[in-house]
Ligand binder design. Structure first.
Ligand code: DX5
Ligand code: ZN
Length: 217
């Protein structure tokens, strides 16, 4: 049994039928439901807010993996926590005090994630490893689905080594351009959670289960 988790990004789902799409990927074997939240300011695209997360919550019991690409982020932590997020991931550039933001997520009883843009050094992890439950390595610049994978494999290995050294149970998630081929590379570099939008939803609902299975490697 593979210990790789697949987190389909609903950014590539049919937005007019999100509840049904979430039920479909749940049944197709998704481990986490990856929710990309964008504000048109921190990233050049606008997606969804806490009310949509709340509306989707009754459609699945799977882990809601909420990726916040918003700035400021602190004023919204409570709403996403109350809406039903299980993991809340933030970008260190989204506020002046990301240690405090991570503390706020933990204080809400949620798992805390930190996301590294392609240009963000792994040294941002230096003093927060005791607070994080997930490190997300972005292999595209955030904002849109369907972009080309940036092969930051040494960076993923570096994060993997840091997680091992921490002795803590921390997910290493990779997000952006993950498909059947790049999945193998990121798994070999140490990733255990793969976000996949385009690769999960391609071909329509009858392909979701097969698409997810292929990504597990
Ligand atoms: C990018 C998002 C990703 C993205 C993944 O800003 O964080 O989750 O939608 O999409 P694909 O898998 O299509 O690259
Ligand atoms: Zn994402």
């Amino acid at each position: 049994m593979s210990d790789i988790k697949i987190a389909p990004s609903i950014l590539s789902a049919d937005f007019a039928n999100l509840g049904e799409e979430v039920r479909r990927i749940d049944e197709a074997g998704a481990d986490y439901i990856h929710v990309d939240v964008m504000d048109g300011h921190f990233v050049p695209n606008i997606t969804i807010g806490p009310d949509v997360v709340k509306a989707l919550r009754p459609h699945t019991k799977k882990t809601f993996d909420v990726h916040l690409m918003i700035s400021p982020v602190d004023p919204y932590i409570e709403s996403f926590a109350e809406a039903g997020a299980d993991i809340i991931t933030i970008h260190p550039e989204a506020g002046a005090h990301y240690h405090r933001t991570l503390q706020a997520i933990k204080a809400m009883g949620k798992k805390a994630g930190i996301s590294l843009n392609p240009g963000t050094p792994t040294s941002v992890l230096d003093h927060v490893m005791d607070l994080v439950d997930l490190v997300l390595v972005m292999t595209v610049n955030p904002g849109f689905g369907g972009q080309k994978f940036i092969p930051l494999l040494d960076k993923i290995k570096d994060v993997h080594a840091r997680i091992q050294a921490s002795g803590r149970d921390i997910d290493l998630e990779v997000d952006g351009g993950v498909n059947e081929d790049t999945a193998k590379q990121v798994i070999a570099a140490g990733a255990n959670v793969l976000v996949a939008g385009t690769a999960t939803f391609k071909g329509g609902p009858e392909h979701y289960a097969e698409n997810i299975k292929k990504l597990r490697g």
